[in-house]
Design a protein around this ligand. Structure first.
Ligand code: FES
Ligand code: MG
Length: 585
């Protein structure tokens, strides 16, 4: 029922009730089925409210501690409204909340855990389809990875960006302007009163970071993949349009179940390539590289760093959004949102693939229009001719590294300087301002011990702080290298995701302070000026650091996690193979 109206009467045009997965729980003549019906009476539902209807799980990452998702308790009510009206039976499942701001050492440690929770809940309960509510950074890939592995029809409801921040007549971008004003405070330019005002002004409403940070990058990727309703990803969290989008998603999922349109039909290689192009044209977060590779892996699509580099060379940056540009997500929304944005990429996109929306991407884009060409640039006025990210290779990163050079000082695009090495983040924090290190603006700051295993979880330490004395001299950017990730709201000439990481003996483990390093972004290279023989000698002396965890989830994580270039999924989750349907009768 493409019209959105069919399949809701007594004569559904799609799958019959007994073809539903939930029929195994509810509709068979056995003792178990009787028990499931009796327990649904216990929940307070009449038989006619649910029997024969698609069961829709609403996976909700709401929590009191997650400011980006704090409105999702209300939104799930809007989703339920839509599901009931379409003739489905909605059931809400609270799932783990991954709050980028609060969770330590980093919610990246728990992305795969939420993906497992998502997959296993969908598999083990009588579920025919799912609506996934989330948006704060890792929630999006986690929910979509789980849904891809479970392969039940699913719609993603992005949490939506928060309202723009305000301070003394200026708009503030979350993250981005926090880093900026913190540096100004360290440089002595602003004081306590200004900081107290900024504390109140930075984050004005529920919702995800409203720059083109990791959250907006990944929700846009989810939309480009075809897993949200068209235009969903930029609707501000507190806009009444957001509740309407949630209700529409609830209406739509019931039809998707009847049409049996599953993630495996939507999440194709073409879809992932389109998501990569979208992220690059948005000047989006480097985190998307890791997450989209992991997501693609769950769909049986082998997406590589080379794919990213290849597509980056063909796609210009067209979104004038912080941290690389000027505006915020609300501006992007009023400029037409992602459908308007994608009209500029029709030559690189695959337009005839299915989405969870009522129409193909081609039909959706035919109705889209740009309303502000300073926010959403047209192809003849790009922010940059090439995509926002580059993949680097060289003897310091044999398996690759990533840099977001559009949000950096162009003077540093080609730079050689002596390394100053920090073994871990604590050491860096303790010593970065030590005058004895003699750090100049030409030095290359190197942080190791911050990768998937060493971090652990690859914390967002990658925007290494500029030493105070250099900040006071006006230095605002330096070449920085690490095996960490970087917040999507950060900026600077930061080489990230160096693979293999130092913890497993990657060459990053062998760098010494004073070694010369050359970064050449145009040549896509990162070179350590130390001979192979010398490196071999250093390797012979190298001792692997102790594992951070001896037991528990951290130990499981360490056994299972893959390196950044392959997406940091768990090997048991990433591999192909049979998982049986549970026997429900
Ligand atoms: Fe949640 Fe940025 S902290 S999206
Ligand atoms: Mg972030």
């Amino acid at each position: 029922g493409r019209t959105g109206m069919t399949g809701r009467t007594g004569e559904p045009d799609g799958r019959q009730p007994r073809e539903l997965r939930s029929h195994q729980w509810y509709g068979t003549d056995g003792l178990r089925s009787f028990s499931h019906r009796a327990r649904t009476r216990q929940l307070g539902y009449l038989p006619e409210e649910h029997l024969g209807k698609p069961v829709i799980a609403i996976l909700n990452t709401w929590s009191d501690i997650n400011p980006c998702h704090v409105h999702l308790r209300d939104r799930s009510e809007a989703v339920k409204r839509g599901v009931w009206q379409a003739g489905g039976f909605p059931l809400e499942f609270p799932v783990a909340t991954l709050s980028e701001t609060f969770q330590k050492p980093t919610p990246m440690l728990y992305r795969n855990l939420l993906s497992m929770e998502t997959e296993e809940l969908l598999r083990s309960y009588p579920v025919d389809g799912a609506v996934l509510l989330g948006g704060c950074d890792k929630s999006t890939p986690a929910l979509l990875m789980g849904a891809a592995s479970a392969d039940l029809p699913a719609v993603f409801v992005p949490a939506g960006p928060m309202l723009p921040g305000h301070w003394r007549g200026e708009t503030l971008g979350s993250g981005t302007d926090m880093w900026k004003y913190w540096d100004e405070r360290r440089a002595g330019i602003i004081g306590d009163r200004e900081m107290a005002e900024l504390e109140r002004g930075l984050a004005r409403s529920p919702g995800t970071c409203m720059t083109m940070g990791t959250a907006s990058t990944l929700t846009a990727a989810a939309e480009a993949l075809g897993m949200t309703l068209p235009g969903a990803s930029s609707i501000p969290a507190v806009d009444s349009g957001h509740a309407r989008m949630a209700a529409a998603s609830g209406l739509r999922i019931v039809d998707l179940v009847r049409e049996d349109l599953r993630p495996s039909a939507i999440l194709t290689r073409e879809a992932y390539e389109d998501a990569v192009a979208t992220v690059l044209a948005l000047g989006g977060s480097t985190n998307a590289v890791i997450h989209l590779i992991a997501m693609a892996g769950r769909s049986g699509v082998k997406l590589t760093l080379d794919d990213w580099d290849r597509i980056a060379r063909t796609v210009p940056v067209l979104a004038n959004l912080r941290p690389g540009g000027q505006y915020l997500m609300e501006d992007f929304h009023f400029a037409g949102g992602l459908p308007a944005f994608l009209t500029q990429l029709t030559d690189v996109l695959h337009l005839d693939r299915p989405t969870v929306g009522h129409a193909s991407l081609r039909e959706q884009l035919a109705q889209a229009e740009i309303h502000d060409t300073d926010v959403i640039r047209t192809r003849d006025k790009p922010l940059s001719e090439e995509g926002g990210l580059a993949v680097l290779r060289g003897n310091l990163c044999p398996d690759g590294a990533v840099i977001k050079h559009i949000a950096a000082d162009p003077k540093l695009l080609k730079h050689t300087g002596p390394a100053v090495v920090f073994d871990d983040y604590k050491q860096l924090q303790r010593t970065i301002n030590d005058p004895a290190l003699g750090i100049t603006a030409d030095h290359v700051l190197v942080l190791r011990g911050a990768g998937p295993l060493g971090g652990p979880g690859m914390p967002e330490y990658g925007m290494l702080p500029i030493p105070d004395h250099l900040l006071k001299q006006g230095v605002r950017d330096m070449v920085r290298i690490s095996d960490a990730r970087m917040s999507g709201t950060s900026y600077g000439m930061c080489v990230l995701h160096v693979a293999p990481e130092s913890h497993v003996g990657g060459p990053l483990a062998l760098v010494r302070s004073g070694d010369l390093i050359t970064l050449d972004v145009a040549a896509r290279s990162l070179h350590l000026h130390v001979s192979d023989e010398e490196l071999e000698q250093r390797r012979a002396e190298w001792e692997p650091p102790p594992a951070p965890y001896e037991r528990g989830y951290g130990a499981l994580f360490a056994e299972q996690i893959t390196q950044a270039d392959t997406g940091c999924d768990f090997t048991v989750l990433a591999r192909e193979g049979r998982v049986p349907e549970p026997y429900a009768g």
